[in-house]
Design a protein around this ligand. Structure first.
Ligand SMILES: [Zn+2]
Ligand SMILES: [Zn+2]
Length: 375
């Protein structure tokens, strides 16, 4: 329990007036004259208007916000307003890139909540689409800022800007990434917003702690796998689970390789934990609530198992690099983001197979690690 954190069943302590913090770099339009490389993350940003933000009350104590993003493939992120006994808790806040704060402002207006009524910002995990705007929210509202326990990697260890670039290049080379693709694979993110302004959490929430609210306690649920530090919120009285990016439609969930020993096992356990809660309403970080939460969670668990089988089936006696083992999952269209996800997911599964005694790995004289099936 951190000093100043909430006690079980008690509301957050009243916020204190904030000293002016670090100046926040403007998240406004792109700087004039910035050279745009064809296909670079910056050039791929899509202008989406703040007015696209939406607020949808689930009931008088819980409002879902849909915040537009400038990402080419992920058009929006969900945030949630939870009514506390005094004020509101905002769960997640969106990216620092435009439409950024203006979109959140628009959503708050649509929800009928004033910015100064936000008492607490709780961020589910450190991916830029969920945490990127946190410093601005704290600055605009004076709210307290809460997260799960550190470490707070911004993304997987192959791309995290907190890891020095030469180390990421070394890791990419060790995974067998072709020389001409090393730079984009280890140093590009979909919109280039990984260097967002950092706000330090005032409150560290641990698994099982509860936050008192106007509709009963919300329990903090650790959900690692997609991200090392991901937390959700569970309201047992309503059977509502705010699950962030634990379970999303589409292919098997992104696994954040490199921070915890076995993200595949983490993701499996997090999905099983969510299934065991038997939520009646599953509120995700993207998209609409699933119609049948349990069936949806089970389909996500199945997809995780399918990826494990696919990678396992590719292992042979002849050693191959992670890149070679991931290649069958890479589309020929050549989207860097898609290749990165295939490589990182494969790498995480290979680590799991090594823990299970199914795979072994040996570094060659060329610095490339190659994986083979244990006979
Ligand atoms: Zn995420
Ligand atoms: Zn997300």
């Amino acid at each position: 329990m951190s000093v100043g954190g909430p006690q079980r069943g008690e509301p957050f302590p009243a916020r204190e007036p904030r000293a002016p913090g670090e100046p926040i770099p403007p998240a406004g339009p792109l700087p004039p004259g910035e050279p745009l490389r064809p296909g670079s993350p910056v050039s791929r940003r899509i202008a989406r208007a703040p007015q696209l933000a939406r607020a949808r009350p689930i009931d008088e104590h819980l409002i879902a916000l849909q915040l537009p993003l400038c990402y080419p493939t992920v058009a929006s992120v969900n945030a949630y307003l939870l009514r506390l006994k005094d004020g509101w808790l905002l769960f997640d806040c969106g990216s620092c890139l435009p439409p950024g704060w203006r979109a959140l402002e628009h959503a708050l207006r649509a929800a009928g909540v004033r910015a100064d009524e936000i008492e607490v910002l709780l961020v589910s995990h450190s991916h830029a689409d969920h945490r990127g705007l946190a410093a601005e929210v704290v600055s605009h509202t004076g709210c307290r800022f809460a997260m799960g326990p550190a470490p707070h990697p911004i993304i997987d260890a192959l791309r995290d800007p907190k890891v020095p670039l030469d180390e990421r290049v070394r890791r990419g080379h060790a995974d067998g990434v072709p020389e001409q693709l090393l730079q984009p694979i280890v140093d590009e993110l979909p919109a280039g917003d990984e260097h967002y302004p950092q706000a330090t959490p005032d409150v560290v929430l641990r698994d099982g702690e509860t936050i008192a609210s106007a509709c009963g306690p919300w329990q903090v649920v650790a959900l690692p796998g997609h991200s090392a530090d991901q937390v959700g919120l569970w309201n047992a009285a309503r059977r509502w689970l705010i699950s962030a990016d634990l379970a999303l439609p589409g292919a098997a969930s992104f696994l954040e390789w490199g921070t915890r020993p076995d993200p595949h096992a983490d993701q499996t356990a997090s999905l099983q934990r969510a299934i065991a809660l038997q939520p009646q309403l599953l509120l995700s970080g993207h998209g609409r609530p699933a119609e049948s939460p349990e069936a949806f969670l089970r389909s996500c668990l199945e997809a995780v198992g399918v990826r494990l089988q696919q990678v396992s089936a590719r292992l042979e006696r002849t050693p191959r690099s992670a890149w070679e083992l991931a290649s069958p999952s890479m589309s020929q269209a050549g989207e860097v983001d898609q290749w990165q996800r295939a490589l990182i997911g494969t790498r995480a599964v290979l680590d799991h197979l090594r823990f299970e005694g199914v795979a072994s790995c040996a570094a060659g004289e060329d610095g490339v690690s190659r994986w083979s099936r244990v006979s």
